[in-house]
Design a binder for this molecule. Structure first.
Ligand code: C2E
Ligand code: MG
Ligand code: MG
Length: 441
């Protein structure tokens, strides 16, 4: 961002702020009255320096304080007579606009950024100041100064967390998704303690014979009020909050227990079970212990367990990922790369990590019979997988045409609604494991 550089010696820093928080409170009260009585617009902007923590970590807390004071001076010098600057707690500053600028607070926010822009010289170091700004326009919901401040600070929090959006206006609609995420998070925590997570299983078949090659365990949340919640809705929130780790271990134990029990009950040949692991679980230092523990407490043999991971797990800390996968291999557990084709689809990962199966993402399978480009990609993945000694699984087969296409292209295994939707464990137990699953067209 263009702006003045501070090559001149720093002037003494003013600490005697005229515009103190109490003064801001008074002005806000007057602004709220003015808006009520004579529809005079006002807006409050809260601003903060992006990555101030980095400056404090490098130069110390005093330097951080100095930076804020110098920044406040810069801003104050550029503000007009109807604009009040005030420091807030922590590293935040507020600007109340009551004059013409109140009608266009976005332009004022950009002006603040321009005023702040350009390096500041602090303690001999040049620091680039990059502002994030939260805006709220005065509105009839605002009864007290605190109401206004709360909304502006909320908008600032959004600006701080939203990538690529340094200026954010308060908007009621935006609050709802965040509130829902928080609610879901606390619900997940409760559900974990109440053991509300169950699994369904879906067969993966040999494409040649239609016989069941393995099962995939899929997490299901039976919410007491909302009914069954799809993992597509709760796994991303669980991933963000870290709850996916304990939920995932619960799923792993249940899946191993079912797989081991179903063999004993039916005295049938064992069919392996695949369990999805989140990137967070793969990064856990006790991953291998957890897996070993799930196997030994349930009596499932390691060769009857597969773990499905995605490329994200390998990207984040590839050294640790490589060690973990090697340790799982030593244990005798297979690892499968899920959703292949959606992420980086890096050849490096295929080459470097010991993977047994490659699962081609549903998005390629869904058009494979109609779109020659999809078929070409799929065929290349099959050649690649086979060349590296891996079995290739096509997921999301829904039609006979897709089945014919993935067979023709050389996939080894298939999974999809055409064979079976995910089913409850007792329904899976009722299936003859060596019978062929006829497509359910
Ligand atoms: P995934 O591991 O790729 O699982 C396959 C998903 O595709 C499942 O969705 C399955 O029901 C669905 N599916 C299978 N065949 C078809 C088909 O023919 N058509 C369509 N439209 N869909 C099909 P589900 O159960 O909703 O799971 C979604 C995702 O949630 C999973 O994708 C996986 O990434 C995640 N997930 C599920 N259970 C767990 C778990 O225990 N741990 C973790 N970390 N993630 C899980
Ligand atoms: Mg999977
Ligand atoms: Mg998948």
């Amino acid at each position: 961002m263009a702006g003045p550089t501070d090559e001149t010696p720093a002037p003494p820093v003013r600490t005697d702020w005229r515009d103190d928080p109490a003064h801001l409170g008074e002005r806000l009260r007057t602004a709220i009255d003015g808006a009520r009585r004579s529809a005079r617009p006002f807006a409050l902007l809260c601003t903060a320096v992006r990555r101030l923590d980095t400056v404090v970590a490098a130069l110390g807390h005093a330097a951080g304080r100095m930076l804020l004071a110098r920044l406040a001076e810069r801003l104050r010098e550029g503000l007009g007579e109807h604009e009040t600057l005030a420091p807030l707690a922590g590293d935040r500053l507020a600007v109340l606009a009551e004059g013409p600028a109140a009608a266009n607070p976005w332009a004022l926010a950009e002006r603040l950024q321009a005023l702040a822009g350009g390096p500041l010289r602090i303690d001999g170091a040049e620091v680039l100041v990059d502002l994030v700004v939260g805006i709220v326009a005065g509105n009839p919901r605002h009864a007290t100064p605190q109401d206004v401040l709360d909304d502006a600070l909320t908008a600032l929090a959004w600006a701080r967390t939203a990538r690529g959006e340094p200026i954010v206006s308060y908007d009621d609609g935006r609050r709802r998704p965040a509130e829902e995420t928080l609610k879901l998070e606390s619900d997940l925590r409760r559900a974990l303690a109440a053991e509300e997570f169950h699994i369904q299983v879906q067969p993966i078949v040999f494409l040649e014979s239609g016989r069941i090659a393995s099962w995939e365990a899929l997490a299901r949340w039976r919410h007491p009020l909302r009914g069954t919640v799809s993992p597509a809705d709760f796994i991303p929130v669980a991933e963000q909050s870290g709850l996916v780790v304990p939920i995932g271990w619960q799923v792993l134990r249940r899946a191993c227990a079912w797989a081991a029990g179903s063999t004993r009950r039916r005295r049938a040949g064992q069919v392996p079970i695949s369990v999805n692991l989140s990137p967070r679980q793969v990064a856990e230092p006790d991953l291998v212990d957890r897996v070993r523990d799930a196997l030994s407490t349930t009596g499932l043999e390691p060769r009857h367990l597969k773990l499905e991971i995605t490329e994200t797990s390998l990207m984040e800390d590839s050294r640790r990922g490589a060690d973990a996968l090697a340790a799982l291999r030593t244990l005798g557990v297979a690892v499968c790369l899920d959703d292949f084709g959606t992420g980086y689809s890096s050849l490096h990962y295929l080459h470097r990590f010991p993977l047994q199966d490659l699962k081609i993402d549903r998005s390629f399978v869904s058009e494979v019979d109609r779109n020659p480009r999809n078929a070409a990609i799929l065929s290349t993945i099959v050649t690649l997988g086979h060349g590296l000694g891996m079995d290739v699984v096509a997921e999301g087969i829904e039609t006979e045409e897709q089945l014919a296409a993935v067979r023709r292209l050389g996939c080894d295994h298939g999974q999809g609604f055409l064979f079976s939707r995910p089913v409850d464990l007792d329904a899976a137990d009722a299936l003859d494991p060596i019978a062929s699953l006829a497509p359910q067209s």
